[in-house]
Design a protein around this ligand. Structure first.
Ligand SMILES: [Zn+2]
Length: 513
């Protein structure tokens, strides 16, 4: 930088344009003071412990105009000293950095007025004591990392980072309002003992929104709050079968048809087999165990084509045993039910016929009503299909394979066991999920209602997965893949690994001093 020169106190930058380029603040001169070694308290092994940290310190002085007459009354103004504030900035050369900013003050000479003028500098958030670019960077880092990890890079406390993040999302709700999808997926997950609604764009496989509740009233209220021009865009809504959607769709999404996600339908067949298995195992305790290397529940859930030879043998063995034979029949019924979809991908009529054939193939209920109806769970499944017949078979009328992306993401939800923080509020969780891959600065500048939400990935779904697990209060962190000794930070609700003190690799935006 041409304007950089050495003086007695360190490297000084006297050109305000150069300072703007380096620090994002304007108009000011700047000077590198030096490196300061300090002790900050970080959460390690469950307790606050001192960590030595090197912080680069700079000084910046306002160089803009100062009023000579009072903007209120027009009287003469006099110097009223200056005000020095400590401002956090983005890391520099891998080290936390801060700027001591000095701004002049002037006071009106009119005793009736005594107005005090204070210079303001572009690029500084005076309330939060950080540079604007550090603020954006903290938000973006906080979306993907724990507040504690981000805090280390800024020589801040994790609570300060949490507060910056929370204030920001409260003040910029608009950047989490994405374009309404043409193919809207709606599901629910349980968090902290309550169900929340997850909405996705099924065509683009992006997140659309999270809602704090799942009730019909809440959904209707939410849809009603969106402009009709947005709501008219929705052509399809895909959900499970338990959502009372008929009314909200008709009332608020005038162009939408309702389709029931096929994954949710076929899962009911797995649940039916499971129920029958439990009944039979209760009746004949210990009988199935040895034949199944991963247990019968695991094998019975597998598709026929995916069974290995041992598992196929175990099913055959069950079929030949008079006590266990009904369980083999239940397995067949489950397979046939899955095939209603798998073998009739292109014809709705054939699929409807396959369902009718499947229902007709159910073994009849025992005539003696005191006798247990082994296949009752499948009879319930059949009546569920009848209750939701149109939306279940609407799937075939949709011009995209409407269930696929959804299934994938539900599977991820189930599989992914990563968890980052346990006590995030709903708002923070929502922000962490929705702001993934969002350029914060650009979103604020342009508004986000013109683009789609973040792409569904293993990572952003993991935030949800963690949240789902918080429903279980007594869970074991080591069982979630954390090291023994991992604990939850009581202040931020995050999981902190033992001994973890490493910093994030934040790319420096400014030249290294
Ligand atoms: Zn005045």
């Amino acid at each position: 930088m041409s304007a950089k020169s050495k003086d007695s106190g360190g490297i000084a930058i006297t050109d305000p344009e150069a300072v703007k380029e380096l620090f994002g603040i304007y108009p000011a001169t700047a000077r590198f003071i030096g490196e300061k070694h300090e002790t900050n308290y970080r959460t390690i092994n469950g307790a606050k412990q001192p960590v030595e940290q090197t912080v680069k310190e700079f000084e910046a002085s306002y160089t803009g105009e100062e009023p000579t007459v009072c903007p209120k009354c027009g009287a003469k103004m006099f110097s009223h000293g200056s005000r020095k504030t400590m401002i956090c900035d983005t890391p520099n050369g891998g080290k936390a950095s801060r700027i001591y900013v000095s701004v002049p003050r002037r006071r009106c000479s009119n005793p009736e007025c005594h107005y005090i003028w204070k210079a303001e500098m572009e690029g500084i958030d005076d309330n939060r004591k950080i540079t604007t670019r550090a603020e954006y960077s903290i938000i973006e880092q906080s979306v993907r990392n724990t507040f504690e990890e981000v805090a280390r890079n800024y020589a801040m406390t994790s609570v300060s980072v949490l507060n910056i993040f929370s204030d920001f999302i409260a003040q910029h709700k608009e950047i989490m309002q994405f374009r309404m999808p043409e193919y809207l997926g709606i599901d629910e997950i349980k968090v902290n003992g309550q169900f929340i609604t997850v909405m996705t764009n099924l065509e683009k496989h992006t997140m659309y929104d999270l809602l704090e509740k799942r009730t019909q009233d809440f959904l209707e209220e939410h849809f009603a709050s969106l402009p009709l021009s947005e709501r008219e865009k929705v052509k399809w809504v895909c959900s499970d079968m338990y959502r009372p959607f008929k009314k909200p769709i008709g009332a608020y999404l005038p162009n939408a048809k309702w389709a029931i996600d096929h994954f949710h339908v076929v899962m009911k067949a797995n649940l039916a087999v499971d129920e029958i298995r439990k009944n039979i195992q209760n009746k004949y305790p210990g009988k199935t165990g040895a034949k199944f290397k991963h247990g019968p529940a695991y094998t019975l859930r597998k598709r026929l084509k995916d069974l290995d030879s041992d598992e196929a043998d175990a099913i055959r063995w069950m079929r030949d045993d008079p006590d266990l034979n009904p369980l083999a029949t239940a397995y067949d019924l489950k397979e046939d039910f899955f095939n209603i979809y798998d073998e009739n991908l292109s014809s709705k009529e054939n699929a409807q016929q396959a369902f009718a054939d499947w229902e007709a193939s159910l073994p009849p209920a025992p005539e003696d009503e005191s006798e247990k109806d082994i296949y009752a769970p499948f009879r319930e499944l059949a009546s569920t299909v009848h209750n939701f017949y149109d939306p279940i078979f609407n799937v075939w009328d949709c011009d995209i394979a409407i269930s696929n992306g959804y299934t994938e993401c539900s599977n991820r939800l189930t599989r992914e066991t990563h968890l980052r923080g346990r006590g995030y509020s709903f708002d923070r969780l929502r922000a962490k999920v929705l702001l993934r891959n969002v350029n914060i600065e650009k979103a604020i500048r342009e508004g986000s209602s013109d683009y789609d939400g973040p792409v569904l990935t293993e990572n952003n779904m993991s935030n949800l997965q963690y949240y789902e697990q918080t429903a279980n209060d007594g869970f074991d962190l080591t069982a979630q893949g954390y090291s023994p000794g991992a604990h939850i930070d009581p202040e931020t609700g995050e999981v902190i690994e033992p001994g973890s003190t490493e910093q994030l690799n934040i790319t420096d935006k400014k030249e290294s001093f």
